[in-house]
Write a protein of this length. Sequence first.
Lengths: 104, 120
Amino acid sequence: EVVLTQSPGTLSLSPGERATLSCRASQSVANHLAWYQQKPGQAPRLLIYDASSRATGIPARFSGSGSGTDFTLTISSLEPEDFAVYYCQQRNLFTFGPGTKVDF
Amino acid sequence: QVQLQESGPGLVRPSQTLSLTCTVSGASISSGGYYWSWIRQHPGKGLEWIGYIYYGGSTFYNPSLKSRVTISEDTSKNQFSLNLSSVTAADTAVYYCARDLRYGDYFEYWGQGTQVTVSS
């Protein structure tokens, strides 16, 4: 089973700042990785798939990169609505990482 | 727009069977090409994929839960269901139904989630 780890656990930033979130896989997943955003009381929302493709309706400030075992989600300039928990997910048994909380 | 809605009891007794239904609108679960999943989230924790059903009623389950899980469909009602047997407190979670983006890879559409508590 592929295990995903995310760092940092919490990222404390202010609106307008750049956020860089990391996801590492225990073995190569090629580019088969997605990122989700989850706000309290809501279901996760797909942001990025295939490591770098933005899902429908996702603003351009969200970008993804990486392949193999190391991946990054970047939010270029944080908006107030971006403070949330972010999860990565790979498609082999659909495992998720533990999440990174972006707070203010 | 595809919409999913979970329904079922919010409280289940230990050792009993947890049963949830997902009602789908804006898409037909029998039209093929998509995978319909159940995912859960333990309190304050991450996400765990439970299993999926796809065209023709084929299923695939998380090996860690496979012995207790059954996912079925009712195409006449455009619904699919989850049964999880022999539940314990460790099965307390928010349960989501979801549809994949394509080819059963990522989850594009989600229900709002339903809280299920296992307690006597």
